[in-house]
Ligand binder design. Structure first.
Ligand SMILES: NC(=O)c1ccc[n+]([C@@H]2O[C@H](COP(=O)([O-])OP(=O)(O)OC[C@H]3O[C@@H](n4cnc5c(N)ncnc54)[C@H](OP(=O)(O)O)[C@@H]3O)[C@@H](O)[C@H]2O)c1
Length: 317
């Protein structure tokens, strides 16, 4: 793949983002990190933003902080949604559909990471798979009709962690009853998120529904609450040390890939987007290499079928 960045040597930056007046974005996980920054930036560009968060108190605080920063006139809605609970995702999706007339982009940003002990969601999945993957799967499928009507986009925030685990889906033991490690389970959930975007692209193409665009991206290594929220004491210690190094960037920069994928007009859906510098931790934002296991068609198809079975949700394609 050519290393030339289509946006020039500085990659995609905020200067490239035009006014977003008249557009509606739905973003998961805006109480901190890249999701907060994405919401703040889109609101500052005049967009309507629907924030989906699990913690009502934190959501209320985020709303207050955004209003303080950008003024009371911002067009922002807050809906409660816990991605780890399918019933909550279904309820939130209904509320979104009843609250807005269109969705220009759904940004699936929220996640948990490196959960030290194997735990299950109320629906019975390993917590990272249940939250990061099945939660988003259901949200995307239920919002798809409105996204389609809006000729909108689905943007998934993945992670370079997709290359750091077993590099496939553990179909024989999806919930890690044997050999649970925080890293393998996180990696599987992020790989599943990324794979499903490219599989969805193929299915949309087959169905002739090419007005909807889907993108996979990642924030590199960004100074956020991710590890502090769900990681072990050791991973917190390591990541908090790393945060002091130049190999970790601001949460705002970490939001650029998702903002680019949600707004940039001519972006190739087959690419994987993120920082293009050292180890993809930091650097100019653009397209970069995706390891072939993320586009393994046999695994992707099997994962899609499994997801329909596990969640009982079928996409209206
Ligand atoms: N930071 C990095 O270096 C890095 C690297 C690779 C990938 N990523 C990815 O970047 C994305 C954003 O993470 P971040 O780094 O900005 O972390 P963050 O600061 O922890 O933000 C994560 C957001 O997701 C929300 N969330 C967590 N579980 C949820 C649930 N069950 N339902 C609804 N919302 C939930 C959090 O809400 P609460 O406030 O309630 O916890 C928070 O708003 C994630 O997809 C992550 O995997 C980050």
């Amino acid at each position: 793949m050519s290393t030339k960045n289509q946006f020039g040597k500085n990659g995609w930056t905020l200067e490239l983002m035009k006014s977003q007046k008249g557009k509606t974005f739905v973003i998961t996980g805006t109480t901190s990190g890249t999701g907060y920054e994405a919401a703040r930036i889109l609101l500052s560009k005049g967009a309507q933003v629907v924030m989906l968060n699990r913690n009502p108190k934190k959501a209320e605080n985020t709303l207050a902080v955004l209003k303080q920063a950008l003024g009371d006139g911002i067009d922002v809605l807050s809906i409660e949604m816990d991605l780890a609970v399918q019933a909550s995702v279904k309820k939130a999706a209904k509320e979104v559909i009843n609250s807005v007339s269109k969705i220009d982009a759904l940004i699936c940003n929220a996640a948990i990471a490196q959960v030290p002990k194997r735990t299950l969601t109320v629906d019975g999945w390993e917590s990272q798979m249940g939250t990061n993957y099945f939660g988003n799967w259901t949200l995307q499928a239920l919002l798809f009709p409105l996204i389609e009507k809006s000729k909108g986009r689905i943007v998934t925030v993945g992670s370079m962690g997709y290359t750091m685990g077993i590099k496939t889906i553990n179909f024989d033991d999806l919930n890690w009853e044997k050999d649970y490690t925080p890293n393998n389970a996180y990696s599987q959930s992020k790989l599943a998120q990324i794979m499903s975007m490219y599989e969805l692209q193929d299915r949309l193409k087959e169905a002739g529904k090419t007005d909807v665009k889907t993108y996979a991206c990642h924030p590199g290594s960004s100074r956020t609450n991710l590890i502090n929220t769900s990681g072990s004491a050791m991973t917190k210690f390591i990541f908090n040390l790393m945060k002091l190094s130049p190999l970790v960037q601001s949460a705002e920069k970490g939001a650029y890939p998702q903002l680019m994928c949600a707004t940039e007009p001519n972006l190739d859906q087959s690419g994987f987007y993120g920082p293009t510098g050292f180890q993809h931790f930091v650097g100019p934002v653009g397209v970069h290499k995706l390891e072939p296991h993320a586009k393994d068609k046999t695994v992707a198809k099997k994962l899609w079928e499994l997801s329909e079975k596990e969640t009982g949700i079928k996409w209206n394609l």
